[in-house]
Write a protein that binds this ligand. Structure first.
Ligand code: PLP
Length: 383
């Protein structure tokens, strides 16, 4: 057994990235300034988007987004339930209603037909999720959104570096990213909104900084433009330079880190092809895409051991796991408020009971991978 704990995720940060953060701390300017502007410019260059707005988290991007789109009571937002709670919470906080759509049993992503079937005259926003770094079939989703004239905003928390039919996620449409420490790159906490709609980008830029008509930094005055006025009440979600500078270093290495993740995924795939009780999430078929390998999610499919017993036994062997995700619609608030009941989303619920995320991060060694695989074998053979 391992004598050190193997976490399911761990950020990959270099000494030169640490030094760059220290440089910002010593520079006399630590909040939003030239580094945040540089990070946005680098993000634009990397994804090919028209504009990028850095914020303190993806959840804060969502908060500005529902404001920018004018969502409120009576409006509906279409979302998977197999996701993190952020978009659903923000929907509820602005008074709108989440409309949950079931996922595909094997890819864990929403099917375009299911999204279209959920549209009503009250639908104001569609937010599908690129799950674990695989990529949604965007063409049919874009067609549906266009046909019904409803904004489509991709939750790409898992999909930095991923591509759809040769196009980088973020290059087109409205897309939200997260830089939480478990994501493909990190700024400690952070998020980015990218869009090809320059008016929407300008509105988001203002909303994330008090609703002022100017951004948080003005090069001439080395501070905030003193003449800026509030155009509409806004939030305080600007990304500080001490975080943005970490993002600059991380983004420069994202392809390298994702390649390392791909290699680890390959080792897992091979090992689990011989273990029928461990069923990795399947890649979508029928369109070309490049995976960003954010998470390695498996389903424990056995009548001898439950997922919770399995992850507890891994923990006893010094191996951590994650759960992405416990379905949202059956969590207390959503049951109580919207009357969501078991059986509503069968494929989401089937997965919610069986999934777990295995240790998966760029600095994992092949011995770490072997420890996970051997522990899984060991647990299953003892049953
Ligand atoms: C991490 C995550 C978020 C939230 O990102 P934050 O930056 O932590 O706000 C949203 N959606 C999904 C699918 C995520 O995995």
């Amino acid at each position: 057994m391992r004598n050190t704990f193997l976490p399911f995720s761990k950020p990959c940060i270099t000494e030169s990235e640490i030094a760059s953060v220290a440089d910002v701390l010593r520079s006399g300017w630590i909040t939003t300034g030239p580094k945040a502007a540089q990070f946005e410019a680098d993000f634009k260059a990397y994804t090919g988007c028209a504009d990028a707005v850095a914020m303190t988290s993806e959840t804060s991007v969502m908060q500005c987004l529902v404001r920018a789109l004018g969502l409120g009571p009576g409006d509906e937002v279409i979302t998977p339930s197999m996701t993190w709670v952020s978009m659903v919470n923000i929907t509820c906080l602005c008074g709108a209603k989440p409309v949950f759509v079931d996922c595909d049993r094997d890819t864990l992503m929403v099917r375009p037909e299911a999204v279209e079937a959920a549209i009503t005259p009250r639908t104001k926003l569609i937010v599908p999720v690129h799950f674990a770094g695989a990529v949604l079939d965007l063409e049919p989703l874009r067609k549906i959104a266009e046909k019904h004239n409803i904004p489509l905003v991709e939750d790409a928390a898992h999909a930095l570096g991923a591509e759809y039919k040769g196009e980088k996620i973020g290059a087109k449409g409205h897309v939200m990213f997260s830089f939480h420490p478990i994501k493909n790159i990190t700024t400690g906490e952070g998020g980015m909104f990218v869009t090809d709609d320059l008016d929407l980008a300008a509105r988001m830029r203002s909303l994330k900084f008090h609703g002022l008509g100017a951004d948080a930094y003005d090069r001439q005055t080395h501070g905030r433009a003193p003449q800026a006025q509030v155009l509409e009440p806004g939030y305080k979600f600007n990304m500080p330079d001490m975080q943005a500078v970490l993002g600059i270093g991380q983004l420069a290495r994202v392809d390298e880190m994702n390649a390392r993740r791909a290699r680890i995924a390959g080792l897992y795939d091979e090992a689990f092809s011989a273990m029928p009780e461990i069923l990795p999430v399947r890649n979508p078929e029928g369109y070309g895409f490049k995976h960003s390998h954010h998470l390695y999610v498996v389903r424990i499919v056995s009548d001898k051991i439950t997922r919770d017993e399995f992850t507890a036994e891994l923990k006893d062997r010094n191996i951590g796991t994650g759960l992405h995700f416990r379905c949202v619609h059956l969590q207390k608030f959503f049951r109580d408020t919207f009357g969501c009941k078991p059986g509503m989303l069968p494929d989401t619920e089937w997965n919610s009971e069986r999934i777990c995320s295995l240790p998966f991060f760029p600095d994992m060694t092949e011995e770490d991978v072997a420890d996970v695989v051997n522990s899984c074998k060991d647990i299953l053979s003892n049953r």
